[in-house]
Design a protein around this ligand. Sequence first.
Ligand code: ZN
Length: 185
Amino acid sequence: MKIQREKLWEAVVQCNGKYDGSFYYAVKTTGIFCHPSCKSKTPKQENVEFFFHIEEAFLKGYRPCKRCRPDLYPSSYEPHQEVIKEVKNILENEYDKPWTLQKLSKRIGISSYHLHRLFKKKTGISPKQYLNQIRIEQAKLLLLQGEKNNTEICFLVGFNDTSHFYNVFRKVTGFSPFAFKHRHS
Ligand SMILES: [Zn+2]
């Protein structure tokens, strides 16, 4: 934590805009919080508090700086959002691979605990649930195309066990693959 604090402080001293939106610094003596890039006078280090989320700064009673206006920063900019996008991309393109949370987190480069929490927080579902949704969407398409049987479809979309496939299919669509196909044909 100490090293990280020093890194954050360095960014503040250098007015490093690269970190805008990823953390904020607040000054205890003025009650104001800023972007790292703010051009206002560099405060004394011992008076500074760091926040990774703007809400935390507000909760602690700090007001946004009138000069750098951290409160107006486009909320679309979120480093976490990049991670979510990357996870979604991977799963959408490689849904048929035998993913586990460990494999996914290794690919993304963050811990599986963190990945799971972050994804769930931002999307409301776990990476596994997201992957299952994509697989079932694909399975529905294949079912409707009618060229493959249920077992073939099960393996094609990435499940390695038909009863698991049936369970997930029913959970997501409310129907068995068989009933689904009949309703739509
Ligand atoms: Zn400022």
